[in-house]
Design a protein. Structure first.
Length: 181
């Protein structure tokens, strides 16, 4: 089971604008309770556009600071290229409900009985499970394991090149069975 990708920025922006709409509506009713007669449209539109403008300005500032401080960093460039965004990934729930591992690694963690310790900060590239080291064998899907047991003869066969078990398969040197994951 592979993890789901990060929450879309469009969904996060919609949640933020919904907050603006609810604040505008609340302000309209407060004004009505105080006896001030006004139309809801301008208040609602002002709240939505005001919060939208604030979000855009903060996003632009944070992206500019990220570019100035870490623009040449390969890890930062890869994070941005894979859909990461320091502003949207830093927003609290209810706007961004992704786990911190998902915000950093890009995939949601699989739902299992085992909960990895908090200090495991890396993520399996195949299933999204948290792993202890950047280069590690995944406890959930086995990704990173470069050996497989041959079902024909029981021999432990080493993968000759990365991904061979998944793509072309590997021929067992003892019984000539094709081994795939």
């Amino acid at each position: 089971m592979s993890g789901e990708p990060r929450t879309s920025k469009t969904i996060i922006i919609a949640r933020i604008l919904a907050l603006g709409a609810s604040l505008g509506t609340t302000f309209f009713y407060i004004l009505g309770a105080l006896g001030v007669s006004t139309a809801i449209g301008p208040i609602w539109l002002g709240a939505v556009l005001g919060i939208g403008l604030f979000v855009f300005v903060m996003w632009a500032i944070i992206r500019l600071i990220g570019w100035l401080l870490a623009g040449d960093d390969r890890a930062y460039q890869q994070y941005i290229a894979e859909g990461g965004d320091p502003y949207f990934d830093g927003l609290p729930p209810p706007f961004n409900t992704d786990s911190w591992t998902q915000r950093i690694g890009g995939l949601s963690e699989p739902v299992t009985d085992f909960v990895p310790p908090d200090h495991w900060q890396y993520q399996c590239q195949k299933c999204g499970a948290r792993v202890e080291h950047e280069i590690d064998i995944c406890w959930n899907c086995g990704n990173g394991n470069d050996t497989q047991l041959c079902c024909g003869c029981g021999l432990l066969v080493k993968e000759p090149s990365f991904g061979a078990f998944e793509t072309t398969g590997v021929i067992c040197p003892q019984c000539n069975s094709v081994i795939r994951t």
